[in-house]
Every structure is written in C-alpha cells, then in structure tokens.
Design a protein around this ligand. Structure first.
Ligand code: FES
Length: 172
C-alpha cells in the first residue's frame, strides 16, 4: 500500500498540472518522484502495470503434403494441435477438420513417418483410436490432427494427408 500511495502522490500531480506549474513546484515532491518523472509514461505504466505482457508463442515449421503431392509449409505454434495449425495457416484441404476438433469425424486424419510417429509425446487415446478406425486409408502411423499437440521437437515435421476423407458422422 505504501508503494501505491507513493506512486499516486508522484503521478497524479504530473497529470493534474503542467510540469512548469508553480503548483507542482509548491507540492515539493520527494526526490523519489524524480525517478518516475524522468521516465516516459509508457515506461512508468509498464513498471506498475499488473498485467503481464503476452509472450509470443514459440513456433516450429511443419510441412503437409496433400494427396496430389502439393506441399504446404506452416508455422506451428507450440501447444496448438495440427488442426489449428492447418486452419491458422489457411491451408486448404478439402473436408479437413469437419467437426472442428471435437473428435467426432476423423476427417483430420494425418499420416506420419514411422520415426516421427514414434517420437510423438502422447499415444492416442481409446476415443481417438475408435475414431481412427473409421478414417479413410488408415495406416500404422495414422493420427488425428486435432489430437496431436505441437511440441518444440517437431521442427521440420512432415505429415501426409490421405488420398480420401471419410466423415465418421456420415452424410450430412
Ligand atoms: S477434426 Fe474431427 S476428429 Fe479431428
């Protein structure tokens, strides 16, 4: 509380009166105020702001190859899932991610290289495996993109999109 009071006494007169004002001079502000007055408002605000500046998320490069051999490179934010990566990078893959990551469609089916698949930090849950069973062109290294979280170790990851899409929800 003492700090708040000191800042209040220092900052309020600064805005209430111009710096050349005799009122400000007459207030005989303590020397400790000089360190606040000598800084720009932005610096002073940062110093006392309780909000923590948002940190930029770390990104890695991930490459997608569609069924026609087209390659798409994406900046993937660590912590996002691969469906988010495709959406945020405006990669157009027909029918991909139809259920928007609610684990209800299997259209976000992706195929990994064996080495990359083995390095994935999490194994598929039973729910994902059930949905994968309904995916088009299932392989031993298949995962659902909406369930794979990007990690720092995925720099340069290459994944393939199967030749077809099967929506487990059936025809709409
Ligand atoms: S987007 Fe539907 S299961 Fe992943």
């Amino acid at each position: 509380m003492a700090l708040v009071g000191r800042v209040f006494r220092c900052v309020v007169p600064k805005f209430a009166f111009p710096s050349s004002s005799p009122v400000l001079t007459a207030l005989a502000l303590p020397n400790s105020c000089n360190r606040y007055f000598s800084k720009s408002w932005t610096e002073t605000y940062k110093r006392f702001s309780s909000s923590i500046p948002k940190q930029k998320k770390e990104t890695v490069s991930v490459h997608f190859t569609d069924s026609e051999g087209n390659q798409y490179s994406a900046n993937a934010k660590v912590g996002d899932n691969l469906l988010d990566v495709i959406i945020e990078n405006d990669i157009e893959i027909d029918g991909f991610g139809a259920c928007e990551g609610t684990l209800a469609c299997s259209t976000c089916h992706l195929i990994f290289k064996q080495a990359d698949y083995d390095k994935l930090p999490e194994t598929p849950t039973d729910e994902e495996l059930d949905m994968l069973d309904l995916a088009y062109g299932l392989t031993d290294t298949s995962r659902l993109g909406c369930q794979v979280i990007v990690t720092k170790d995925m720099e340069g990851l290459q994944v393939s999109v199967p030749a077809g899409v099967s929506d487990a929800r059936g025809p709409s």
